[in-house]
Every structure is written in C-alpha cells, then in structure tokens.
Design a protein around this ligand. Structure first.
Ligand code: NDP
Ligand code: 2IT
Length: 448
C-alpha cells in the first residue's frame, strides 16, 4: 500500500467511526495528509499500522458533575477527559469550561495536544478535557462548588505522573486554585497534579503570560528569519482572554501597534493602539465585556455581533487567539485583502481548512497553533519540573527558557518543512516533527 492509500484508508475509518464529530474529523483531515512524504520514507509505520493506533485515544472518560447554584437549585453538567497518548510522558493538556464543549471538541483538542507537546521537546504526553459548564455570570461561590464537585470525581483519574491538567477557555487561576484545593483535600498535597496554579500554591512565574508571549516569540523568530522585526508592524488580535492579553502585551513591548481585541459579542478597533491596562482591568478584574472599553476610549470603535476578521483596515500580522474555526474562507479572504502577511495561531485550530488553503495560495505565512501556541504547555512542563524539584524559578529564568523553546520549535518546523514539504509550509513541518518523536517512541515501546 502506498503512503497516500494508507492515509486515505485511515481517514475513511475515522470518518465512518466518528460521523458527526465535526471538529475531530477536521483535525484528523488536516493532519494525516501532511504526513505523506514522511511515511514514504518510514514504511515501518505503514507496516505496523501506527496511524490507526495513534488516532485512537488510550482512554476517554466521561462523568457528570452535580452542583448547587446560589438559589439552591440542583444543576448538572457533563465533563470529559481524553487521555490520548502517553508515549513520551504523562498525559498533559488543559481543561475547557465552555457551553460548547463536547466529545468532538475534546477529541480534536487532545489529538492536537499530542503533537504540540512533542514539539516542545519536553517529556509530556497528550490529553485534554473540560465541561459544558459556563463560568460566565456565575458567582465565585458557584464556580467553587462546581470545581469541587468536578474534582471529587476527576481526582480518581489524575496524578503528577499520570495526567496533569491545566487551564484553557474558561479555566484560569481561580478555577485551577479551587480544583487544586479539592484535590489536596482528598489526596493530600501533590504540587505537580495541576499546572497554571496560583503562584502561592506552587504555580510557576510566567505561566500566565506563557502562551501569549510564546506566540509572539514564535512570530519574532519567523520575522527574524526573513530579516524583519515587530517594530512598527500593525497587529490584529482576536479574543480578550488569557492568550490574547499576553500576546498584545509582548507585541506592544516589541514595538508593534495592536489595534483590536474582541469577545464573542463583538470587537474593539482602536486606531491609536489598544490600551492594555484597561483590557486587563475589564477582563481580569471586573470579568466584564469588551464593549466596556468604550467607556474610557470613546474614540475607539465597537462593532457588535461581528468577527474582528471582517475588519477592513490594513494590517501586517493576524493573531487569532479566541477559539476554533473563527476564520473561514470568507473571513480569510478579508484577512488577506487587509494585507496580512502572517497568520499566527494563539488559539487551537482557529482557521478552517479552506482558510489555510487560501493563506497558502496567497503566500501568507501560516503559523499553526500546535507550534505557535505551544509556549503555554511548555511552561506548564517547566512548572512540573519546579514542583518535582521543590524549587521556584525566577520570572526571568522561565521567560528565557520559553524564548529558547519557541525558537527551537520555529526552526524545527521550518527545517522539517524544507525536508518534507516547502520551507514556508510550517503546518506540515509541525505535524511531521511532532509526529516523528511520538511515533518512533511508540515503535520502541512495542504494541501497547
Ligand atoms: P479565555 O477563556 O481566557 O479567553 C477566551 C477568549 O476567546 C475570550 O475573549 C472569549 O470571549 C473568546 N471566545 C471564546 N469562545 C468564543 C467563541 N465561540 N466565539 C468568539 N469568541 C470566543 O481562554 P484562553 O485565552 O485561555 O484560550 C483562547 C484560545 O487559546 C483557545 O483556543 C485555547 O484552546 C487556546 N490556548 C490556550 C492556552 C492557555 O494556556 N490558556 C494554551 C494554548 C492554546 P467570551 O468571553 O465572549 O467568550
Ligand atoms: O491548548 C493548550 O496547550 C493549553 N490549554 C495548555 C495546556 C497545559 O497543560 O498547559
């Protein structure tokens, strides 16, 4: 069987078994075809049918989370954890609390996580989880009760050498703090069981900043490779959560002008440059909505109900940092028309397949999420290392390690792309390099 035929066979198997799991099928369809040239050189993978093995999670857990709201009503949510692949280390990946969370989304995120974690070069396997619980509009007490109930069940399945969850959409320091407290209450102190912990509970300095900073470091390397810098570039960012805020912070620090941010209700365009201190105050302290930005900047524009990617102003770099499939073909056309030369993904799978094809067709450098947003999980792995050593590193030390890791990821993707695809095809480079480390380790461990 040729590599192409083998890929086609496994793809069809997945589509048949998982009909209706749109995001999961999308992730597999974007991934497998990029492996063709690599598989032609590594026929042992075809002989041992390793693609069929790798698309199947080692374990998928689903459980219910009962909790009581402030009015005394009983509520129930559904939660998941996919423990996808432990070839190179304990399962590692975030928890997402968002009403859209379902098995398809958790599977796609878990699958991507395997290769992202592999690209960091650190010893972490792939996993992901979450719940359809919506933290928006809930009181701190409700969030705490939900987290405690979630962990009462979830603690059976995790541990510092088994599975180490962290944050994602809707899960930040507050939620991780409550989850950690409940784990400790049941099992005793085990610092390394979660990452993204509050610093006072053995969290790492710079973990909060890591995904956004790492994204900008990745782009900085791509620019440097083309004899350019962030200086005077205009940048458009989507979202206004953890990843967006720290991407904006670092891009501004490196001399770029960031003109947008958004949430699921609309977007802000501020031609003078986003006032980040205000965004932090609105999102991190008030837990408010991004339209509140206008209260202090009446000259900025708020566009209700539209995607930031419909913006018609000119810009150089697009940083999608909100959620999956935020850029489809129509919006990608607009991004390209606005003059963007780089699309670097802070979010996981924010561009759909048609959008990615358009970037390629128009010579836009596409920096795929599994490479460009790997800084978050990389610093999570550094948090695990600090927890094991019972040490706390300085911000500067963690930040410097992060810079090195992102540089290494960029050049690994770029060189792998040159070997198996084209220099600028960073998606193929990321997929192949991430896959190679995992699959070779799987082979060395035998059929397990
Ligand atoms: P947050 O919850 O902190 O922020 C999410 C942001 O995206 C909010 O502004 C939110 O707006 C917006 N958003 C979420 N869902 C939608 C939607 N359906 N439509 C429009 N806007 C939406 O999450 P993070 O910043 O942590 O995560 C953002 C992305 O980055 C996700 O794709 C995540 O998987 C990825 N990521 C996160 C990492 C991390 O360390 N946190 C690491 C690597 C990747 P609203 O408030 O209106 O919902
Ligand atoms: O998508 C991701 O990489 C994350 N949400 C971070 C995972 C982690 O374990 O830090």
């Amino acid at each position: 069987m040729t590599a192409k035929q083998y890929i086609e066979t496994v793809l069809n198997e997945v589509k048949e078994k998982h009909a209706g799991k749109t995001e999961f099928i999308q992730a597999i369809e974007e991934f497998l075809p990029t492996l063709e040239a690599y598989l032609e050189d590594h026929t042992e993978i075809i002989e041992h049918n390793l693609l069929s093995l790798i698309v199947e999670p080692e374990r998928l857990i689903q459980f219910r989370v009962p909790w009581q709201d402030d009015e005394g009503h009983w509520q129930v949510n559904r939660a998941y954890r996919v423990q996808y692949n432990s070839a190179i280390g304990p399962y590692k990946g975030g928890l997402r609390f968002h009403p859209s969370t379902n098995e398809s989304i958790v599977r796609f995120l878990g699958f991507e996580q395997i290769f992202k974690n592999s690209l960091t070069g650190l010893p972490i396997g792939g996993g992901k989880g979450g719940s359809d619980f919506d933290p928006k509009g809930k009181s701190d007490a409700e969030v705490m009760r939900f987290c405690q109930s979630f962990m009462t069940e979830f603690q059976k399945h995790i541990g510092p050498d088994i599975d180490v969850p962290a944050g994602d959409i809707g899960v930040g320091g507050r939620e991780i703090g409550y989850l950690f407290g409940q784990y400790k209450r049941i099992n005793g102190f085990a610092a390394g069981v979660l990452t993204g912990k509050p610093v006072s509970s053995w969290g790492s300095l710079a973990r909060t900043e890591a995904t956004g900073y790492g994204l900008v470091y990745f782009v900085e390397n791509a620019l440097e490779d083309r004899n350019e810098t962030f200086e005077d570039k205009t940048v458009v960012v989507s979202g206004s959560g953890n990843v967006s805020i720290y991407a904006i912070e670092k891009a501004q620090e490196l001399g770029a002008k960031v003109v947008t941010c958004s949430d699921s209700s609309g977007y802000i365009y501020d031609a003078e440059g986003i006032d980040l201190a205000l965004v932090k105050e609105i999102k991190e302290i008030r837990r408010g909505r991004i339209k509140e930005y206008l209260e202090q900047h009446p000259n900025a524009v708020y566009v209700e109900g539209e995607s930031v990617w419909s913006l018609k102003e000119a810009y150089d770099i697009a940083l999608p940092c909100a959620t999956q499939n935020e850029i489809d073909a129509e919006l990608a056309q607009q991004v390209i028309a606005s003059g963007a030369k780089i699309v670097a993904e802070g979010a996981n799978m924010p561009s759909d397949k048609a959008a990615i094809d358009l970037y390629k067709e128009h010579g836009v450098l596409h920096c795929p999420g599994k490479a460009a947003n790997a800084g978050g999980v990389a610093v999570s792995a550094l948090e695990m290392a600090q927890n094991s050593a019972r040490l706390a590193w300085s911000f500067e030390r963690v930040d410097n390690e992060l810079k090195d890791i992102m540089k290494n990821i960029y050049y690994t993707c770029s060189k792998t792309a040159e070997t198996y695809a084209e220099k600028d095809d960073l998606m193929s480079g990321a997929n192949i390099a991430g896959f190679d480390r995992v699959v070779q380790t799987m082979l060395s461990q035998g059929l397990v």
